[in-house]
Design a protein around this ligand. Structure first.
Ligand code: DGP
Length: 113
């Protein structure tokens, strides 16, 4: 499959991995929008939020259960962080593999959009 993040998962494209287990991977965003900007993705290909269903909802729980640990690893657990997932064109999703941005390391904008 010609998916950028699947290529990162299988090592075809290098990335700065901060966390990995059998189900998920977290790596630093190539174009960070905050001092800490990490992407958390499932290793199974899902195109985006609209692909989450009753049949695969466990992956969403797995991702969210690891976000606090990833925040701790990247040093933003106590200072705070924002978790964002863009879905579709109005949200400017640019990579069609489900991902959650973790942003922190500075005071973020009060506005989200
Ligand atoms: P979104 O716009 O929500 O689909 O976010 C996609 C993010 O992926 C964007 O912030 C930039 C990041 N990105 C794109 N290509 C690469 C890459 O090759 N490596 C890494 N680490 N991040 C990438």
């Amino acid at each position: 499959m010609d998916c950028l993040f699947c290529k990162i998962i299988n090592g075809q494209i290098p990335s700065d991995i901060v966390f990995e287990d059998e189900s998920i991977m977290a790596f630093r965003d190539i174009a960070p929008q905050a001092p800490v900007h990490v992407l958390v993705i499932p290793k199974t290909h899902l195109s985006g939020m609209n692909d989450i269903t009753d049949d695969n909802k466990e992956i969403a729980g797995l991702i969210f259960s690891k976000i606090p640990e990833i925040a701790k690893i990247t040093g933003i657990s106590e200072s705070g962080y924002r978790v964002v997932s863009n879905c579709g064109s109005d949200a400017c999703q640019s990579v069609n593999h489900l991902h959650f941005h973790i942003l922190g390391g500075k005071k973020l904008s009060e506005k989200m959009a």
